[in-house]
Design a protein around this ligand. Sequence first.
Ligand code: UDX
Length: 434
Amino acid sequence: MRIAMIGSGYVGLVSGACFADFGHTVTCVDKDERKINALLQGEIPIYEPGLDVLVNGNRFAGRLSFTTDLSSAMKDVDAVFIAVGTPTRRGDGHADLSYVYAAAEEIAALLSRYTVIVTKSTVPVGTADEVEAIIRRVAPEADFSVASNPEFLREGAAIDDFKRPDRVVVGADDERAREVLRKLYRPLNLNETPIMFTNRRTAELIKYAANAFLATKITFINEMADICEKTGANVQDVARGIGLDRRIGSKFLHAGPGYGGSCFPKDTMALVRTAEQYQAPTRIVEAVVEANAARKKRMVDKIESACGGSVKGKTIAILGLAFKPETDDMRDAPSLDIVPGLIDRGATVQAHDPQSIKEAKHLLPDSVIYCDDPYLTAKDADAVVIITEWNEYRALNIERLGKALRRRVMIDLRNIYKSEEIVPLGFDYTSVGR
Ligand code: UDX
């Protein structure tokens, strides 16, 4: 089958490359000429394990191409995917759909045969209806369907998630569209992945409900961690103890500094707004949004108290700035609250991250000192704080770290160490919910 993928960001690029790898012919389109030129040179604009090999391999095989010209990309396609950004709209927290609607208008002007227009971006309930209305208005005679096919991939595990998903959700209101989507995902049937067909509004809501539920699980265990800290219980054992109940499940129960990233904060907020708009407020998701934002800020107090009540005049070594490991993405990362918070309270910050320093330089105060490795970061610092659980921090030489530090204080916001490993080496060790 032939596909055009509009938007070569995280979702568009990974989905485009994976569909090409399934054997389809894919053209990825983006308005950003620099991005397309880079991709044409074989450079990948984001850090995602395995993506360079997948993109370039499929390009050389002739199944994947890049262009800024939508009309050439749409020639003879069976489906056009819209995978543009839906950022939070300034001022009101709704999802900003201007890029989605602009894409719909452009597509409408180029339709020449039956085409399925598929929204892959995370879009509020009713967006596919609006896309259909826009296309119908611009091209009243065109032969097309609009379908919703939300994407559930995680950054850092994007290719595996796309190729081996737990499920594929397709919202389509007619059989012709369902048939095209069924063929596109045909290679997955071999792995017996359930492809779930629903109406469009349901598919749109499934994506928000999934993200809000996962964000709720994380926020729930984070609050349990607070209770554990006060009562002397251990949150990791609580998580295991509840997670073994299959009705609850063990995933997304790791306590930490609060969730971040490009999806959970934006999508929980947008769901709250949709719920208000339809007079069906979701008090649970509202509480999750509030609790998570407050938690990220509160991590500064936690560090301060581990440092003896003040960080004024102290040097703090930060390990990990990205919102999670295996990505250079810093959107809504806990580090964006923690690092400026420490600086406001008079600390000097030295920081390390394996991938996101370039990004961090735009987002964090200029006074942050960036270091090339964890031990240099710890040099003469009064405490070391682990914010992101990169694998390379899981097996640090703690004695070497201790020698670099001025004071042996570790605040492990991801629970990657056990106090039995750290305390015998003369460290004050603080973690989350233990
Ligand atoms: C998420 C969803 O998992 C994915 O299905 C959706 O398509 C996009 O949003 P992503 O944001 O890439 O994916 O990362 P994810 O691994 O889900 O982590 C999100 C945040 O939750 C991170 O800040 C992570 O550190 C945090 N988290 C996750 C926890 O604090 N504890 C956990 O147990 C799991």
